[in-house]
Design a protein around this ligand. Structure first.
Ligand code: RUQ
Ligand code: CUA
Length: 655
């Protein structure tokens, strides 16, 4: 395409602006959000003269960002200057000191989880989940390869919502469950070893988006199917979107088997559970059941769904389901007979507009549903849900918080904090005041803090438990624009650390933290709740531990050998070993050291092998020695002064 034929990028911005304005205008009477003293920023773009809000909406050119950077009081936002101001509460953790909290970050389509110390925001480690990882060998060793193959055999996943297992409504530090939005999977991460130990490829579902554990005791891991598709998706109804369906799923946290599914009208987005184990509340957009953006944003309200878990269990027990691909699927659509009596299995609650998140507050009284295309948060009284016949009567409050509300978090002191994607702000508001105020009132708002830019999730310390710790919250901003040194067109996200105190003007932005694309959510646990092992216990894994005396080559068949080899500083159990060309080689290595942090790596580069063997761990790889020759094996973790000398040789004799 010649330059002349290319579209003017400014037209593209304007077109997007117009579409967003149209969608927003349909929701509410267009609010005059501009205040008189709000500066008008002029961008170097023809026909565009923007105030701060428009500017954020446009997500416009970086060149103009300088005018706004550091200018955080444009709409009366909090006082942070975006960098560490020096005057703020200390979040730095001194060299050699430990953070007080673990933060578990989903890594989005990088497929991994990241472990970050709070409040320092130092990245402690990464846990590969739906991705492969050449630093640890995850996805290359026999065990992890099998895990990924049996978990659907995809090369990537989109890791969104990490959830900590609970006992009595508190984090028990055992497991973390996370969804794969891309491939409809749920994974379990063992927090003793910080490693993925199970992946379930849930049948019948595309795009499991919302994911939570059923409080208070992790009876189920629950997931929301976001994309509607035919059921079963076997070629029927491909061109008949009316016949597509969305499913809600329960997975057993121990066996990780898919237990049952519920099909609904419309689609499903985010889900959270009440604190008493009865209700799971799911947000939804697209009650229109459309397949285009115009269609999906047409209605003013979309149905939030409240799943009555014991009623669903009863239906499954009664055999009131259809089995699809081995899973009992209960009919939870509006017309279903299971929804006609006085104990419907799913209650539909019309909520403005294309609502995005659901977060249940710490004492379980309310579910907070952020309006996304409506500037409000709808509060659903969870106890009232069980009593009222018209679930709309369970709506307890609907404050107007600002444009583009996506997620809400809690400090345990009666406050809610909602991220505002379009406004690029965090709104702090008073929960009780919102119950007392009229619908659409801004009175409950205590304070707003500018963030940079366009926040999605927001999470305060232990906010998803029954007893949040307050003090810090992290706002996960989708765009960073000018906040960091430019690193090419793909910029990092910007996770901002905000100190929260009491009283008015209590939010203070204390740190920017670049994050590789693209975290979605995070969850925090006090360090006392996590008991990470420093050395493997061979009783905890299935591989056979190799003793020093076991090192050797055992011929297991005409064309197969089992090589057993220990690792220790600074040598492999075998200085060399010989196999025949064409042999299938199973190589098992045990790190016989039990010293914390002494990890050895086993790399056979020409055979594309590299994996880590932490202290007392045993790992196996299997490959075919199809090229005769001499192949050096070396240790990839710097383990001692003789690390470079730590090597072995594989001799492949020609057939
Ligand atoms: S989503 S930015 Cu996957 Cu949690 Cu809301
Ligand atoms: Cu072992 Cu380096």
């Amino acid at each position: 395409m010649s330059t002349d034929e290319r579209r003017d990028p400014n037209d593209v911005i304007e077109e997007y602006e117009q579409r967003l304005d149209d969608v927003l205008a349909e929701v509410e009477p267009a609010p005059d959000d501009r205040t008189a003293d709000e500066p008008v920023v002029s961008l170097d773009l023809p026909g565009l003269s923007l105030n701060r809000r428009d500017f954020m909406k446009a997500g416009a050119a970086a060149g103009a960002m300088g005018a706004l950077a550091g200018c955080s009081n444009i709409t009366g936002g909090g006082g942070g200057d975006g960098g560490a101001s020096g005057s703020g509460p200390g979040h730095k953790v001194a060299p050699g000191e430990h953070d007080e909290y673990y933060g578990f970050w989903s890594g989005g389509h990088s497929g991994e989880l990241r472990v970050v110390g709070i409040p320092s925001m130092r990245e402690l480690t990464r846990i590969p989940v739906f991705n492969t990882d050449c630093a640890t060998g995850y996805g290359y060793t026999d065990g992890s390869k099998e895990l990924l193959e049996e978990g659907g055999d995809y090369t990537w996943g989109d890791n969104h919502h990490p959830n900590l297992s609970e006992t009595d409504g508190d984090y028990d530090g055992e497991f973390l469950f996370v969804n794969d939005k891309a491939n409809g999977r749920i994974a379990r991460v063992n927090l003793t070893y910080f490693e993925t130990d199970a992946i379930t490829d849930v049948p019948n579902m595309q795009a499991i988006h919302g994911c939570c554990v059923l409080s208070p005791d992790t009876k189920y891991v629950l997931g929301n199917g976001e994309f509607r598709a035919p059921l079963p998706n076997d070629g029927r109804d491909v061109d008949n979107p009316d016949a597509y369906t969305s499913l809600f799923v329960a997975v057993d946290p121990e066996s990780m088997e898919t237990l049952w599914q519920v099909k609904v009208d419309g689609n499903l987005d985010i889900v959270d559970s009440g604190k008493e184990g009865r209700w799971a509340i799911a947000s939804a957009y697209n009650s229109e059941e459309a397949t285009s953006i115009t269609g999906m944003t047409k209605n003013d309200r979309d149905d939030v769904k409240a799943f009555d878990i014991p009623a669903i269990e009863q239906a499954v027990e009664n055999g009131d389901y259809e089995e699809v691909n081995g899973v009992p699927v209960v009919d939870g659509t509006k017309e279903s007979s299971l929804n006609q009596g006085d104990r419907p299995i799913v209650k539909y609650i019309p909520t403005p507009k294309s609502p995005h998140c659901v977060e249940v507050g710490p004492n379980g009284d309310y579910a907070f549903i952020a309006g996304k295309l409506s500037p409000t948060v709808t509060m659903l009284d969870i106890n009232a849900l069980s009593e009222v016949s018209d679930p709309s009567e369970a709506v307890a409050g609907r404050p107007r918080v600002g444009l583009g509300p996506l997620h809400t978090t809690f400090d345990g002191n009666g406050h809610a904090y909602t991220s505002l994607f379009i406004d690029s702000q965090v709104a702090k508001w008073d929960i009780q005041a919102a119950v007392e105020a009229e619908t659409g009132s801004e009175d409950p708002i205590i304070e707003k803090q500018d963030v940079h830019y366009n926040p999605g999730h927001i999470q305060a310390l232990e906010a998803m438990s029954t007893d949040p710790d307050g003090e810090w919250l992290v706002c996960l901003n989708k765009l960073s624009k000018d906040r960091f040194l430019p690193v090419g067109p793909t910029m990092p996200d910007n996770d901002q650390l905000i100190h929260i105190g009491q009283g008015e003007k209590s939010m203070e932005l204390v740190a920017d933290h670049p994050a590789y694309p693209e975290p979605h959510d995070c969850v925090f646990a006090h360090r006392d709740k996590i008991d990470a092992k420093k050395v493997y216990d061979p009783a905890d894994y299935e591989e056979t531990y190799i003793e020093e005396a076991d090192s050797g080559v055992e011929r297991t068949g005409e064309n197969s050998v089992h090589v057993k080899m220990i690792t220790k500083r600074s040598e492999f159990g075998l200085p060399d070993f010989t196999v025949q060309e064409g042999d299938e080689v199973t190589l098992t290595t045990t790190n016989i050291e039990s010293v914390q942090d002494i990890v050895h790596g086993v790399a056979i580069p020409q055979y594309d092998i590299n994996y880590a063997v932490p202290p007392q761990d045993t790992e196996t790889v299997t490959f075919t020695a199809d090229e005769p020759g001499v192949y050096w094996i070396y240790c990839t973790f710097f383990c001692s002064a003789l690390h470079l000398e730590m090597r072995s040789r594989m001799l492949v004799e020609p057939a």
